[in-house]
Design a protein around this ligand. Sequence first.
Ligand SMILES: [Zn+2]
Length: 209
Amino acid sequence: MNKKSPVWRNFSSQNAIRQAVRAIVDVEPFESDFESELISDLIFERHYFCSVRELRPLRFKKTEEQKPYKFYGYFECIGWHAVSWYKCVQSPPSRRYHIDRALRDRISPIKLSYRRANPICEYCHSAPAVETHHEMPTWVHIMDAVFSEVTEQDIKDAFGAWDWFNEESFAIPEDNRITHTFDANHRNAVLRALCKPCHDSTKSNKQDA
Ligand SMILES: [Zn+2]
């Protein structure tokens, strides 16, 4: 599972592969198609969705829609679609990012109803509560527990079931083990309704929510 992929074989670090891609992309003019075997391999092997569906972009272009540019790949089945080569260099964190995001969406009704029941900040007891914080276990601990219990196949199944081309928000199927594992780990979590300053203070040591 941790075997180095073919793209990685020729590079000593993430930084080395980033520099190699930049050397290709930076010299291309905006709105002009180009081909790159390296970027094609990178997305085919590392992109959180394309790697699961075995999709390979054939051509690329960059546009001026955002700084320094917005990057697109051309896919036979759909045409042009925005795709980040940069995130593929850090592929595993990117998959975790999408799963994290989907699970936050999943519990947003729970967080909202908790806050409605506890409208005043539970730390300072004065300001209105605007955030729901995971006190124990922390959100990071819940996510670590989920990732230690699910398999690579569970993660692949979750992304395989998602229709990336329709640009819907990524949601994990109800019958996926990630969902069950998350629910089991989240069921007894202690929540706190907090005002913005008190919530910010919980983040001072580590990214958490
Ligand atoms: Zn407060």
